[in-house]
Write a protein that binds this ligand. Structure first.
Ligand code: S3P
Length: 193
């Protein structure tokens, strides 16, 4: 077991470092879900995906939620997921790409665990997402320009959302290894906060 420290600012005082939640954030197509799955297996933690939780709760695919209720409603479901939709410890969470744009969300995540942000260029993101039909925000005539515009608008949010890792030209198991080293170090620091 990694080091154990008293944590006064969190309800779960005495949280062992190997139980601290890990939140993977970043734009669509940066590999959050794949990396989270690999790491959950490797570290023996539960893998939770915010999009899957919302789809199960609403009994509806993401694209239908956007079409029927709009993005604002979807962001409220993301808030509900963060507030109470996942275990407070012992899990690796792959977060929907826009979650960090919800006011207060990044601070909330950082109060609950370690946050790591995966980054990629618009070109890589386009290549990784072009065949997927369940990303309504990329359902545009020119998805590559849409990606570029969204990346630009969201850059400030990703920049302040935890340690950044570049994923271009890297196999995702390799990215997972990098994330795991950061997680193990930051989880110990989290316990001491
Ligand atoms: C979104 C990202 C998606 C999903 C929804 C909105 C976004 O998740 O939550 O389509 O705003 O970036 P992934 O990042 O897992 O694709």
């Amino acid at each position: 077991m990694l080091s154990v420290a008293m944590n006064r600012s969190h309800p779960h005082a005495r949280l062992s470092a190997d139980q601290v939640n890990l939140y993977l954030v970043g734009f669509m197509g940066t590999g959050k879900s794949t990396v989270a799955r690999i790491l959950a297996n490797r570290l023996g933690l539960e893998w939770v995906d915010s999009d899957v939780w919302i789809e199960n709760q609403q009994n509806c695919p993401i694209s239908d939620i956007f079409a029927r209720e709009g993005e604002e409603a979807f962001r409220r479901y993301e808030q509900a997921f963060m507030d109470s939709g996942h275990p407070p410890r012992g899990c690796i969470v792959s977060c929907g790409g826009g979650m960090v744009t919800v006011p207060g969300m990044t601070d909330l995540m950082k109060s609950k665990g370690v946050v790591v942000c995966l980054l990629a260029t618009s070109k890589t993101i386009y290549e990784r997402t072009k065949h997927n039909r369940n990303r309504p925000l990329l359902d545009a005539d020119d998805p590559q320009s849409r990606i570029e515009a969204m990346l630009k608008a969201r850059e400030p949010f990703y920049r302040k959302a935890g340690t950044q890792i570049l994923t271009d030209h890297r196999a995702l198991p390799d990215v997972a290894l990098h994330v795991s080293r950061i997680y193990q170090r930051e989880a110990r620091e989290f316990g001491r906060k």
